[in-house]
Design a protein around this ligand. Sequence first.
Ligand code: GAL
Length: 498
Amino acid sequence: MKRALLVLIALFVVLMIASPAVAAGEIKFPENFLWGAATSSYQVEGGIYGNDWAEFEKRPGVIANGDICGAACDHYNRYAEDIRLAKELNLKIFRMSIEWSRIEPADGRFDEKELAHYRAVLDEVRRSGMTPFVTIFHFCLPKWLADKGGFTNPQSHVYFERYAAHLEKNLGDQVDFWTTQNETMVYLTSGYLLGIWAPGHKNPVLFWRALGNLIRSHAKAYDAIKRNDLSDADGDGAAAAAGIVMNYGIFDPYDPDSKVNSIMADKVNYFGNHLLLDSLMGKKTRLKELEPETGERILSLPEYKNTLDFIGVNYYTRFFVRPSITKPIAGMEMFTKSRAAAHSGQPFETNEMGWLVYPEGIYRAVKAIGRYGVPIYITENGIPDKTSKKRARFIADHLGWLKKAIDEGVPVKGYIHWALTDNFEWAEGFWPRFGLYDVDYASQKRSLNEGGAFYAEVARNNGLTAPMIRSVYGPEAASDEKTRRDRLFDRNGQQAGY
Ligand code: GAL
């Protein structure tokens, strides 16, 4: 008996030494896990004046500090430098979007020169050994289409399909990962209900109409990509995958003991995180929204079914929800800022934009999205952080939670940080600094910041080594698993001084 035990122990020791398993105090991601950084055309390129955002910005007071996007980061001219900077971070994915108003500046007129520009960008990305992750629609419509009502136009899906087919036909040999739309629900809520983004509507009727058209547009674009996909760009034997990027918000009841608060939070969670995906995965949606003109049940048409090869999850923050009679349209309030502190008495941490920092949320997000049974990519996660003193900790905290979900079997295949460089942050203008590289907008000089340097090490090591963990969590954390776990998992981002 004793002998058997000794043999067992010896075997265990040999196995430990022989296996490439994670050394104590490391957080290693699966082999082939992909690390990336994100950009989006309007936010970085500069010189885009033919879309609805450029028009929207002309309204007084809509952008903080009176900023206009203008030259942005001049990425249109400096793309080769920016791609090199991404490469220097040891990244494998370069997330970008294509500007519809450049490709199709007038209804049905496609611009060859702009197409050639994006071909050159994609070439450069691939020459650098990175895979392009290309978003077809990242919040901006060509002006001609906005003038026709944008996504409230019942024909918008026809335009969207034509544009997507054009991209696939002309750039498909360079792209294996397409995402049709970025954060459809956030776009709709901000642009059609709250009126704080282009097109600036505050109209629930237009909101529902646009939702139906966006869902239909996604499904049509998915088919167009599949139909026109003639080549396997990276030669891995798999043709183009097409998905959508959603923003997963954590919606918790303001008062967890209140049944009404919990019901409200559940409704918002469904609306924000699941309605769209249920529709696209062919699940029964909880809503039976009718298309006004035809009476069709727009959210559950059979043609939408199974039009997601993967799901891109953007994760940033958490909200507390409770009903409100002073908000008659929504019937509820959401808190993100200091008022949340009143609820728990705890010093909730917020970032520079007032969003709660809640690393556990990324775990909750992918656990929930994992149930759809398709691969997941984190397509955005990041923090506005002027001095980049908090970014490394933010990244480490979120990766710790993400790894926990992967260990539990959630098929997360990659992590793409928002953003490669500082950029134009929509209604907030240029003040929030999300970049792994700082941008000096006067000189357009890029400089790697502290968080960026940390992230480059994450990508190089495919995770966090013991010294990296020590640098973030203190000397004891790397060798003492319990200390690290306590610091990582039990504080839920509430005390770390973000
Ligand atoms: C997302 C969006 C990005 C970026 C980021 C940071 O909603 O996709 O364009 O602005 O948020 O706020």
